[in-house]
Design a protein around this ligand. Structure first.
Ligand SMILES: [Zn+2]
Length: 433
């Protein structure tokens, strides 16, 4: 999109965002769609590091928290922190055998990639080499400082062999760059810059025939990217210094070159649930024994940095959290939900299943053990009882350009919403010592 068109679009989006009070008379699912539509829009630039995407999302949430009447801890909802991150603020191009490849669709640039410019030969390393010790030895006698090594593990199924292929991503070839052929493009984030480029490319893309690559990419390492968690609460009537907590991350991978990662399911959907629950509790605050806090974290996609920072700088003691529910990926539910830490807090898990069964909400409430894959983790490590809940089934888009608002169904959003309200309302009735 051209710059002028983009700025007109930005003005339009700001107007639309303000005009649509997401908390009108709409039902819960229609509201959630509006929230996802806004957060996953091009205006938000994937809520990351380019074109103020992250800040735009934070501003949106700040306004929402204010409208809901949440109380801040301290002067504002914001808890500021910073971290290093590698970015790609300008468009990049990759040509395979002189033909322009499609970013996001044919390949992704792994974000440890440094500025790389020029035309290089592509040398294939596949199973016919790996299975022959002599060929491997021969392969490593060459100099690849002006070549890309294309790693093709087609046919590898055994775990042990897969591990060997994985280890080759660390570039033992000392090549200019690595092309890793794969079946699904899954983007990530990086705090550091490597001394070689890495591209993941689809096995069935033009990359499979690559003999040469022309690449023009510029990175920009931001040493201290300023960001913020947003935290607010609704005051309980009996024991307001004890809390039930809902968390969800609002950051995503952002924009890289000319593409952006919308992150509709991951995790605009979780924020939609967070705001829906905040609205519910704002309207039902009279019945609250304990306070209910709502935490929208940043930095999740780069090693859970926002929630980690929060647990290191909590505005009230972590021991005052009666229960915490982290919501990350709430967009489907055809196959039910998974409950991380369900095996640890089995009493609470049984309560959840009981509600689900009696109200016939979801097909499955699946039990899972401890994981370090979302914002509940550092709370759990600090002995806060918590679940991390995510929906299962339906669309498979994840950390790619296809995780879009247009295709996010929110299939069981209403059922999960009801389940969470019943579960936390029950906790709210209970007396803790
Ligand atoms: Zn996520």
């Amino acid at each position: 999109m051209k710059k002028t068109a983009l700025s007109v679009f930005c003005i339009l989006m700001t107007w639309v965002t303000n005009a649509q009070s997401d908390f009108s008379d709409l039902n819960v699912v229609a509201q959630a769609h509006r929230i996802v539509d806004t957060l996953a829009s091009p205006y938000m630039c994937g809520r990351g590091y380019v074109d103020n995407g992250n800040l735009k999302a934070a501003t949106y949430l700040n306004n929402k928290f204010k409208k809901l009447g949440l109380i801040p801890f301290g002067k504002s909802y914001e808890q500021k922190f910073e971290y290093p991150v590698n970015t790609y603020p300008t468009a990049y191009s990759v040509k395979i055998n002189d033909e322009l490849a499609k970013p996001g669709a044919d390949y992704i640039v792994i974000p440890s990639t440094p500025t790389t410019n020029g035309t290089f030969s592509v040398v294939r390393f596949d199973r016919s080499i790996l299975s022959d010790t002599m060929k491997v030895k021969e392969f490593f006698t060459h100099d690849y400082t002006n070549s890309f090594v294309m790693i093709d593990d087609s046919g590898a199924t055994e775990k042990k062999e897969k591990e060997i292929w994985e280890s080759l991503k660390s570039n033992p070839f000392k090549a200019k760059g690595i092309i890793y052929l794969c079946d699904k493009l899954t983007e990530e984030t990086s705090e550091t810059v490597a001394d070689y480029a890495t591209l993941n490319a689809l096995r069935n893309s033009p990359f499979r025939y690559a003999t040469s690559i022309s690449i023009d990419i510029k990175n920009k390492l931001i040493a201290s990217f300023p960001t913020q968690n947003l935290i607010g609460y609704i005051k309980g009537k009996v024991q307001p210094d004890s809390f039930i907590v809902f968390t969800a991350h609002y950051d995503h991978l952002g924009k890289m070159g000319s593409i952006y990662f919308p992150g509709a399911n991951d995790n605009a959907s979780g924020i939609a649930m967070l705001l829906s629950l905040a609205r519910y509790y704002a309207e039902h605050s009279d019945s609250l024994r304990y306070s209910v806090a709502f935490m929208a974290f940043s930095g999740e996609e780069i090693a859970l940095l926002g929630s980690k920072y929060y647990t290191e700088h909590p505005p009230f003691p972590l021991s005052k959290i009666r229960f915490l529910i982290n919501m990350d990926i709430m967009g489907t539910g055809d196959e039910g939900i998974t409950v991380v830490n369900g095996t640890i807090y089995d009493g609470a898990f049984k309560d959840l299943v009981k509600i689900n069964d009696s109200q016939h909400l979801l097909k499955t409430v699946k039990l899972r053990g401890e994981t370090a894959n979302s914002d509940h983790y550092f709370f759990y490590k600090n002995h806060v009882p918590d679940f991390f809940i995510y929906t299962m089934g339906g669309i498979k888009a994840y950390h790619d350009i296809f995780d879009r608002r247009e295709t996010l169904p929110l299939t069981k959003f209403d059922e999960v919403y009801k389940l969470l309200i019943q579960f936390t309302s029950d906790i709210n009735q209970r007396k803790f010592k």
